[in-house]
Design a protein around this ligand. Structure first.
Ligand SMILES: Cc1cc2nc3c(=O)[nH]c(=O)nc-3n(C[C@H](O)[C@H](O)[C@H](O)COP(=O)(O)O)c2cc1C
Length: 201
């Protein structure tokens, strides 16, 4: 990668023994393997207020925005909570916005306690990515029964780690591609193109 690419991973669980944190960290390892500089954003390190549209000038919010803002790519990590993503992650996203997300490459990883995985949580995050005008990559990693499958001695750990790393690798690669001069030129031309060039003929 010629240009330095930064990939930040946000951990959507505050639990000390969080499997989401393992998932995000592993995805970031994949991004680093593809040459990105990585940052783990552990929401335990930020004393964030609830989003209420008045608190956005708080120091913790500004620090979160400052830490996430420079990233070219983002990994969002969440547990499956009652068929959706976690409130802590949604609150953090709500305290940010287009400045931190628009035009960025986003990869999704999730964990669950049960055997169905975190696909409903990830589906919800995909919709949020669209609303924030981010490019959410199709590849995602959902880890069912995460306590068992991500345990050090689990026979399945290698398989799930590979899937998590692949999400990070793709985010780093697409972020690099997206930041290249050719891609920027293409996107500029695309935005300036008439919406339906054949319509006047
Ligand atoms: C409020 C709450 C709701 C949960 N809902 C689900 C669920 O719908 N499906 C599931 O498989 N696991 C569910 N779980 C289990 C978590 O997904 C599981 O414990 C996961 O490892 C938590 O993520 P963490 O380890 O990063 O904290 C729920 C846990 C909590 C605390």
């Amino acid at each position: 990668m010629a240009q330095e690419i930064i990939v930040a991973g946000i951990v959507g669980s505050l639990r000390e023994d969080s499997k989401t944190r393992i998932a995000v960290r592993t995805a970031l390892e994949g991004a680093a393997e593809s040459g990105a500089v990585t940052r783990l954003i552990d929401l335990r390190d930020y004393d964030l207020p609830y989003c209420n549209e008045d608190e956005e000038d708080s120091t913790a919010v500004q620090r979160l925005q400052r830490d996430v803002g420079p990233a070219h790519g983002l990994i969002l990590g969440t547990p499956e909570y009652h068929g959706g993503y976690s409130g802590i992650l949604k609150n953090a996203i709500d305290l940010m916005g287009f400045d931190e997300f628009e035009g960025k490459i986003v990869g999704l990883v999730g964990v669950s306690g049960g055997s169905l995985g975190a696909s409903q949580a990830l589906q919800g995050l995909r919709i949020i990515g669209r609303a924030l005008h981010a490019w959410v990559i199709p590849q995602q990693a959902s880890i069912p029964q995460a306590s068992e499958n991500l345990a050090i001695d689990s026979p399945n750990r290698d398989y799930f780690e590979r899937r998590l790393r692949e999400v990070g690798r793709q985010v780093a690669r697409f972020a690099a591609l997206h930041s290249s001069d050719e891609a920027i030129e293409f996107l500029r031309a695309w935005e300036e193109a008439p919406s339906n060039p054949g319509a006047d003929d």
